[in-house]
Every structure is written in C-alpha cells, then in structure tokens.
Design a protein around this ligand. Sequence first.
Ligand SMILES: Cc1cc2nc3c(=O)[nH]c(=O)nc-3n(C[C@H](O)[C@H](O)[C@H](O)COP(=O)(O)OP(=O)(O)OC[C@H]3O[C@@H](n4cnc5c(N)ncnc54)[C@H](O)[C@@H]3O)c2cc1C
Length: 459
Amino acid sequence: MGETYNLIIVGAGMAGLCAAAEAAAQGAAVLVLEKEADFGGSSLLSGRYMAFAGTDLQHQEGINDESRFLVDDMLAVGEGKNETELVEAYGKRQLETYEWLVSKGVEFHKVQAVSGHSVPRGHTITPQQAITALYRAAAESGTVSFKTGASVKRLRKDEDGRVSQVIFEHAGKTETATAENGVLLTSGGFSRSEDLLQNFAPHLSGAIRIGGKGNVGDGIKLASEQGAWLRDFPYLKGTYGFHPSADGPRKSQALAFYKGAIIINKFAERFVNESISYKLIGSEALLQPEGITYQVWDQSIMDQGVPGDALYDFDKLLALGLIEKADTLEGLAEIMGVPAGSLKSTINEYNRDIQNGGDQKFGRSTLTHHFGTPAPIGNSPFYTMRTTVAMLATYAGVSVDPSAQVLNAFNEPIEGLYAAGEIAGGFHGAGYMTGSSLGKAAIFGRIAVQAALQKQTVL
Ligand SMILES: Cc1cc2nc3c(=O)[nH]c(=O)nc-3n(C[C@H](O)[C@H](O)[C@H](O)COP(=O)(O)OP(=O)(O)OC[C@H]3O[C@@H](n4cnc5c(N)ncnc54)[C@H](O)[C@@H]3O)c2cc1C
C-alpha cells in the first residue's frame, strides 16, 4: 500500500535533517514526514549550543579538550544514571559529526563556556542557517522526498514482525507508506503536551511551556504502541533563566547568573549555588514561595552581555523593559517588591564571602560549573530580571541502543524501529549538559541511518 522507500523519517528537526542528509549521501530512497508547515521543530528555537570536544575552534582558542573529558563531564552531570554505552557512542562519533556538519555547510561561530562542562565547549550555530544547510544537503541528492503538513498517526509491523508501515495524514487524506529498512522517529520531545507532562512531570506544572509547536510526544506514543520501553522520566526538569513572558512570541532569556548575578526569592534570600546547571536551579526555583525569583546583578556584569546572543543580550531585554535598573539597591528592591534591608544584607554577605575565599551558604566558587570566578556585586547601577522556569525540552523518552534501535522492556531491539534526538531516553540520565541535545540529535540521527541501511548495529 502506498509508496515504498528504504527509510521513512518522522520529523524534520536537527535529528531528522541530519538523518536525511546522511541517507542522501548514501543514495537511499527516503521519505521525510514533517507535521508542521515548516521544518526545524525545537531545533529552530534552541539556544544554539552544540557540545563537541577537540575541534578546530577550540584549538584556535587554545582550549585543550578531548572526547573522553566530554564523556566524563556528561556522566558526572547525569549523575551516572545515563546509559554509559550511549554516552560513549556520543564520545566516539562527536568529532567526526562536528566535521561532517561543517562539510554539509553548517556554520559554527565560536566556543563558549556553558553549563556542565569543565572547559568551554558550547559550539554556537545559527539554528535557521543550520536547518537550511542540512535540508539542502538532503534535498540536492534527489533521493529524499519531503512532505510538510504530514502528521504520522500510527505505525504498523509487517508479517515478520518488523516495523515497516507508516500511516499519516496529509492534505486532508490518510496515506500509507512502506519502509524496507526501517522507520526512524525523530519527532522530538513533549514539552508542549499538557497531557504527557501532567502524567510524567506533575512537579513542573509551575513552569512555562516553550518548544516546537509540534512537540507533543507523538513519537513516544507511536513507539510505545510497538512495545518501546521508556527511560529517564523521573528526572524531567525545567530550565531556569526565562522572563515570565517568554512563552509568548518572544523567548526572552537571560543567564546573568552565569556571568556572576545572584538569584533570590521574594524575601530577597538566595536559595541556590548559581553556578550549577540551570536545570537544577530550575528545580529549586519551583520550590520557592509562589515560585517568585529574581536575578540581581551590577554594571560590571551588565557589561559582559553579548549583543545578539540568545542567552546574554542583556541590553536588548533592558530596552524591552524586561530587565529593570536602579542606581541603588533600595531603588531596585522597590521595583522588585522585595524587602530592601534583606536585599542589602544578602548582597553584603555574598560579597564578603566570595572575597574571603568562598560562598559559605551554597558553596559557589565559580561562574558556571567549574569555570570562572565570581566577583562582588557593588558597581552601580544595579539590575534585575524576574526569572522563571521553562519546560523547553524533555530529556526522557524511548529506550534505544547505541545504534539508535528502539528497545523493548526486555532490552531487546524492536525490528525496523529507530529513534534519535529528543525522543530518545537513557542518554542524559539525571541531568542535561548544555549542547548535548542538539549534539545527540546530529550524532544519533546519522548513526540510526547507518544502522538501518546496513540492517545491523554500527557501534
Ligand atoms: C528554547 C530552547 C533552547 C534550547 N537550547 C538548546 C541548546 O542550546 N543546546 C542543545 O543541545 N539543546 C537545546 N535545546 C533542546 C534542543 O533544541 C532539542 O532537544 C533538539 O533541537 C531536538 O531536536 P530533534 O530533532 O530531536 O527535535 P525537533 O527539532 O523538535 O524536531 C522534531 C520535529 O518532529 C515533528 N513532529 C512531531 N510529531 C510528528 C508527527 N507525528 N509526524 C510528523 N512530524 C512530527 C515536529 O513538528 C518537529 O519539527 C533547546 C530547546 C529549546 C526549546
């Protein structure tokens, strides 16, 4: 029934388009189905960091790094709950994938220190540029067909028990297509699904929802019907650093805390070590009274803003009125509606501690993870942003092996079914390391295609 391909790819974000470009290079006949009118999903909205080690960009900046350091950091951030084989597969294929992305026209701009890494390792892309380059690389072969507005509804097995049929809705009709080598789910996570979030992460009901419009967990349901096991759901976390209006048209985010800002609650009290992962900060922030928290910083930190950067463009947020400013701490406290005495004593105590060798309260000794040195906050004017937690991406999903083949509850492969990108669980364990989600989308998108086309494991 319907047309037959070597491979059918469900979802066209970073994982799906890397898979499509890889399959194109191998001359495979591929159908890519994307539910939305445009490609890109959450990948297009991303903070644009990709985690790679040992790259030319790092060498140019004198950063000494290797795959094994990245793997160690990832296992540490995941608190050892990650599937080691998956993290090692990332380590094995990461540098080659970085170079492959460059060869496909993806532009990397610079390397930044980002959370969870022992050295600067956040390789920045421009998401729209990357998505367009990958689409072109896939499309130019002539063997890959794309359908947008095509929402996959169900998968079916053939008589040998192999997943091979895809049922989708397109232009008001229900269609079926067959895949000889397999079906690859690259349909992203479920950060936009109230249904799944309420079932799997009720503790995140206070977080605002951001993420690709189509990211409602379709792939997880499709794979579950075929017997997929699920991983990492107990570790779902939100991301700290967004203005409460960020679920609207503007995704306003400022990580001033990684430049040295402190984070306080409505009583002007600190409650966390600001240098830890923004995921872990998010969990603490949701526990604060009424979920109200603010970042507070001074002019020295403000001067470290990076114009045009999604995370550090402080001047833009100031101009929009989302960051507020006052000449004195009393003035700032009035704007925020927090007790001025408490704000002053919190900042005095913090300044005294870090000048005397370390934050006594929460152990802050760096700016982000192991990197940078905090400075006292005292150079007027002072700044604040009301900050909240967002559900951006769901780092939990279907169980996979290092060849991206989906596994059942008995750790056995489900023939013909592959999953890569945010839909896959088991990789991040208890914590997400910045840049590893776009990274894993690219790495495992390619691995899945190689495995499916060879009909065997590739790692
Ligand atoms: C604001 C924000 C900032 C982020 N910053 C970073 C960062 O800096 N670094 C990092 O590593 N990660 C970051 N992430 C996470 C990262 O962007 C995602 O995890 C990653 O892009 C997921 O890629 P993907 O290809 O798996 O899914 P997506 O890019 O989400 O693509 C999935 C696609 O599948 C489509 N789809 C869904 N269901 C169906 C269906 N039934 N039929 C057909 N198509 C379907 C969707 O419409 C979508 O286009 C961020 C996420 C957000 C939202």
